[in-house]
Design a protein around this ligand. Structure first.
Ligand code: MN
Ligand code: MN
Length: 271
């Protein structure tokens, strides 16, 4: 059950209202990475969660996000207040001024209505926790950008609080995921196809004057990686779709295989 306490989670003070900044703040009220989205995502994940310990985590943080919604909504309302009766202020957000009477509504900074499409809920706990870690990272960076666009000390103070809590949540979700003891690259029950899973396709090739290069790093070399050079220009390794190999690894497998490759390439029947 929910209960409302008539006190904000963090005190909000606004010096000089800035309606244009109030409009930007709506991104964290009714936007894709905002507080309502976070509150709903975690609470509904929690509702569906069969793991009582991590369900408690989801409900704790989902509920805190509702308190954040109240803080950022209060902040937005104070900044948007002049849109109630000042023409120049109203121009900062006509939707809020004309339809909303100067109060915060569940829109983003561009006037798009909040939508459940923002939510990532799969019902697979570890997958959901990964989504939540990413959601917290996005919320953090949006708060950071908002902080960089205001000079109002009270506003910065409240935003700093909200931004900090997102890192706290990111930490809790990350540790909850790690505590499940799952392999980093194991999702669900059906194992990926051996071999294919370790093939890195070099599908973007060449260099240019903008500094774009064919980069190598731990994401495509070392360990189990098999680097497959420009698969679009290579013949298929076999009749089976999706299994290709680089020219260098084909050569190392001897003449028999190379003949099979060239036969397949010339007939084109197996494409
Ligand atoms: Mn939050
Ligand atoms: Mn959060």
């Amino acid at each position: 059950m929910y209960h409302h306490v008539k006190q904000l989670m963090y005190t909000v003070n606004v010096g000089t209202p800035d309606p244009k900044f109030g409009n930007m703040l709506l991104e964290q009220f009714g936007g894709a990475n905002g507080e309502l989205a976070a509150a709903m995502q975690y609470s509904i994940q929690g509702l569906n969660c069969d793991d009582p310990e991590r369900k408690d985590l989801l409900m704790d943080i989902g509920t805190e996000e509702l308190s954040h919604l109240e803080v950022v909504g209060t902040l937005a309302r104070l900044h948007l207040k002049p849109t109630k009766n000042q023409r120049s202020a109203a121009e900062a957000d006509p939707l809020i001024a004309i339809a909303g009477g100067g109060g915060a509504s569940l829109y983003n900074s561009q006037g798009d209505p909040w939508t459940a499409d923002y939510l990532k809920i799969t019902g697979e706990l570890d997958v959901d926790l990964r989504s939540n870690i990413a959601a917290e990272a996005r919320a953090k960076i949006v708060y950071e950008r908002l902080i960089n666009f205001t000079d109002d000390p009270g506003t910065i103070d409240a935003l700093q609080f909200l931004m900090t809590r997102e890192i706290t949540h990111m930490k809790a979700f990350t540790l909850a995921l790690e505590s499940m003891g799952k392999d980093r690259f194991s999702i669900g029950l059906i194992p990926p196809t051996p071999g294919l899973v370790n093939q890195y396709f070099n599908d973007s090739t060449g260099e240019n004057e903008m500094g774009d290069t064919d980069a190598r790093g731990p994401w495509n070399q070392g360990g189990d990686w098999e680097f497959v050079e420009a698969p679009a220009f290579e013949p298929f390794k076999s009749e089976k779709a999706g299994t290709r190999q680089s020219a260098s690894s084909a050569e190392s497998q001897g003449d028999g295989h190379a003949k099979k490759r060239s036969a397949a390439a010339s007939s084109k029947a197996t494409y």
